[in-house]
Design a protein around this ligand. Structure first.
Ligand SMILES: C[S@@+](CC[C@H](N)C(=O)[O-])C[C@H]1O[C@@H](n2cnc3c(N)ncnc32)[C@H](O)[C@@H]1O
Length: 434
């Protein structure tokens, strides 16, 4: 008997459903790679379906609630993931056609032993979605941001900024690079635009990062425009001893070495530190020391002139690249990170010499992890004072400097007037006066 051929487009949906299922269960999103789906066009389509399902998660929740009277069936394998991918296609990606969404969703459901008994339900729900797709396609963008964060962000950033957040969530992130040398020829070859200082932006790319010009030669590293801000603000003389706490995978370590500091990089995750070492080797940069250790207890033999603490945080500011974070994080998660950040800040301060500079930063949009931590640090760490950042230091993004001289970026801001947004980041600069 001749082997049955798989319907075209089924395999990519099966692979996409597995990836989406794991992200819905709490994993971080990472795009499918060539090892997972060899055909480049299938891979691009699968990644488009998954990212649309994640970016539109709030609207899909609404649609699913409206269509599934009894809620999502329990213990049903990939049913929910297949349903979300297919709804994303039917309602939000009309260029892909409705027929394949319906037919392939039912086929994919039949292939999963835990979901196959629900193939009739899949068919009925998607037919109903198809009949209502015009209405669902007009759902409000207010649904895109979960209630967990919506109110705090509205209060902190205002309505106009929040509209920008929704646009940025749907648009995703361009690729930002930090250049070793600002070489106009390289920028042109990359098809990039200058953003701020040594950051350039590639809006659309047609190949993997590793295949871009200058990667193998170590001429740049990937780093969001916002993430590149803190290390530029250390304001110490070249040669100064600097401690980079929570350093891996080393974007800021590379900047500190580029600035001419003698850098000790520390992180508690041994495998991420291996990545940091590999990244520095590609860039032909050398750190004074790389240490696997706990930033909360690290006790140096001599104090540092500069300490950069890029603290672990809720990472809500990265939702353009990781749309899942805003759905995974709870208020309790934020509170847990606030406690950890305080412990790390306390030890960062202990590692700092008199007259030394301490930078505290997080890729979070939560005031509790940013602005409120500054109040706490000034009250709790005698000898620490603010060293305000000036607008002149932030040329091209002056609007990110607050009245107190803190730096606050968010995804609705366009650095250097370029479209594409930026991560939400918070930076405070302190000095130790005794
Ligand atoms: C935001 S990432 C750092 C990114 C890095 N600074 C860069 O620019 O590439 C936070 C890091 O904190 C590390 N981390 C979390 N808890 C830590 C601890 N107690 N001590 C040291 N590192 C820790 C994580 O392993 C992670 O690499």
């Amino acid at each position: 008997m001749a082997p049955k051929t798989e319907p075209a487009g089924l395999k990519l949906r099966l692979v996409a459903a597995q990836r989406l299922k794991s992200v819905l269960a709490g994993d971080n999103f990472a795009p499918l790679t060539a090892a997972e789906l060899a055909d480049g066009r299938d891979r691009a389509l699968a990644n488009r379906l998954i990212t649309t399902a994640l970016r539109r998660q709030g609207q899909l929740n609404f649609i699913i609630h409206a269509l599934l009277d009894k809620g999502m069936p329990g213990k049903s394998g990939t049913f929910e993931a297949i349903l979300r991918l297919s709804l994303a296609q039917l309602v939000f990606l009309p260029d892909l056609g409705a027929h394949s969404a319906l037919f392939l969703a039912v086929e994919a459901t039949k292939r999963d032993p835990k979901a196959r008994h629900l193939s009739g339900l899949m068919n009925a729900v998607l037919r109903s979605a198809q009949a209502n797709s015009a209405k669902f396609g007009m759902l409000s963008d207010d649904l895109l941001i979960p209630d967990t964060f919506g109110d705090t962000w509205l209060q902190a950033y205002g309505e106009e900024a929040i509209d920008g957040f929704s646009d940025a969530l749907l648009a995703g992130a361009p690729l930002d690079l930090t250049l070793k040398n600002v070489d106009p020829e390289l920028i042109e070859t990359l098809g990039a635009e200058p953003v701020l200082a040594d950051t350039v932006r590639i809006e659309q790319r047609d190949r993997p990062v590793e295949a871009l010009p200058g990667y193998a030669e170590g001429q740049w590293w990937v780093q969001d425009a916002a993430s590149a801000i803190p290390a530029r603000l250390l304001a110490l003389e070249p040669g100064a001893r600097v401690l980079d706490l929570c350093a891996a995978p080393g974007g800021k370590t590379a900047q500190l070495i580029k600035a001419g500091y003698a850098v000790t990089a520390l992180d508690s995750d041994a495998s991420r530190m291996e990545r940091l070492r590999g990244n520095l080797a590609r860039l032909n940069y050398t750190a004074t020391e790389t240490i696997v250790g706990d930033a909360g207890t690290f006790a140096p033999t001599s104090l540092y002139s500069g300490v950069l603490l890029d603290a672990p945080c809720s990472a809500t500011g990265t939702f353009r690249r990781h749309p899942e974070v805003i759905w995974h994080r709870s208020v309790g998660d934020v509170a847990g990170r606030v406690r950890l950040q305080r412990a790390l800040l306390t030890n960062a301060f202990r590692c700092l010499d008199t007259d030394g500079v301490l930078l505290y930063c997080v890729c979070s949009l939560e005031p509790a992890e940013g602005e409120e931590q500054v109040e706490w640090a000034l009250d709790s760490l005698p000898g620490l004072e603010l060293f305000p950042v000036t607008a002149a230091e932030m040329a091209g993004l002056e609007q990110a400097v607050t009245e107190k001289g803190l730096v606050r970026t968010h995804p609705g801001m366009n650095p250097g007037g370029l479209a594409g947004g930026m991560d939400g980041f918070f930076v405070a600069r302190f000095r130790r006066h005794r």
